[in-house]
Design a protein around this ligand. Structure first.
Ligand code: ZN
Length: 240
C-alpha cells in the first residue's frame, strides 16, 4: 500500500549505496526497525545535509512503495547528539547500543518503549560522555530484554521458585537458580545478582556501578539469556 509514513526515528546504521545514495537502518517509533534509501544524499548540495548519520534522532517522512525498502522524502533533526560524537568512548557505546537494538528486534515490529529507551540512552551519552560505561551498557541491554519479552528471572530460582538461596545463573532456565537447580548454571556472586536486579529496576540514568567481576558475570548472564531465548548473539558490552 503506497503512501507516506511520518515518524520519528534513530539512525542505527548508514551504508553507502551506488554513486550518491545511502541505505539507512532506522529504529522508528511507529514501525520499529525499518530500512530506507536516501537518494542523492552524498552529493554536496543534498537537501539532507549531514543529518542521515548514525545516532541522529530525526523527524522523518518515508515514502512506502511496493518494495520493502522505504524512501526518505524528508528528515528534520530532533537531536544531533553532537557532543557524543566528540568522545571516542561515548561514540563506541552508542554504536554498541544501536547494534544491540538492531540484533534483538526484527523489521516492522513496533516497540515504542525501545525507541524511547534508545533515545534516552543516546541523550545520556550525549549529555555526559563519562556515562559510557560497561554498567550503563548492561543496564540498557537488560531493559531491551524486557521489551523483547525475554527478561531474566531475578527474584527467585527460575526452576523451582526458591527465594532464599541463589547460587548461579542459567540461561537455559531463564534466570537465577538455587543450589538444587544448579545443573548447567554458572556461579553468580551476590554482588552480581544485586547489580542485575538494580540495573533492571532503576532508571537508566541511575545505573549503579559494580566491581569488574560482577559486571563480567552480569554480562555473561545477559549474553546467555539472549542466546537461549532470543537466539541472537550480542557484541561485547564494552571494548575488550
Ligand atoms: Zn531451584
Amino acid at each position: 500500500m503506497p503512501g507516506s509514513l511520518k515518524t520519528e526515528g534513530v539512525v542505527l546504521r548508514s551504508l553507502r549505496f551506488g554513486e550518491a545514495d545511502r541505505i539507512l537502518h532506522l529504529y522508528t517509533l511507529e514501525r520499529g526497525r525499518v530500512s530506507a534509501i536516501a537518494k542523492g544524499v552524498r552529493r554536496t548540495r543534498s537537501r539532507f545535509g549531514g543529518r542521515l548519520e548514525p545516532f541522529f534522532r530525526l523527524r522523518l517522512v518515508l515514502h512506502e512503495g511496493r518494495s520493502e525498502l522505504l524512501t526518505v522524502t524528508s528528515a528534520e533533526t530532533v537531536a544531533p547528539q553532537a557532543r557524543l560524537r566528540e568522545d571516542a568512548a561515548a561514540l563506541d557505546a552508542a554504536a554498541r547500543a544501536c547494534d544491540a537494538v538492531a540484533r534483538l528486534f526484527a523489521d516492522g515490529e513496533p516497540h515504542p518503549e525501545v525507541f524511547h529507551l534508545l533515545c534516552n540512552e543516546l541523550a545520556l551519552l550525549d549529555g555526559d560522555p563519562a556515562r559510557a560505561t560497561q554498567a550503563n551498557q548492561l543496564a540498557f541491554r537488560l531493559k531491551l530484554l524486557v521489551a523483547a519479552g525475554v527478561a531474566p528471572q531475578l527474584a527467585a530460582c527460575a526452576s523451582c521458585g526458591e527465594r532464599e538461596h541463589i547460587a548461579g545463573f542459567s540461561g537455559a532456565a531463564g534466570g537465577v537458580v538455587c543450589p538444587a537447580c544448579e545443573a548447567g548454571a554458572f556461579p553468580l556472586a551476590e554482588e552480581s545478582h544485586v547489580f542485575l536486579t538494580k540495573a533492571l529496576a532503576l532508571p537508566l540514568a541511575q545505573t549503579p556501578g559494580a566491581s569488574p567481576r560482577a559486571l563480567r558475570q552480569a554480562e555473561r548472564a545477559i549474553a546467555e539469556t539472549v542466546e537461549y531465548h532470543a537466539h541472537v548473539r550480542l557484541r561485547a558490552a564494552a571494548p575488550g
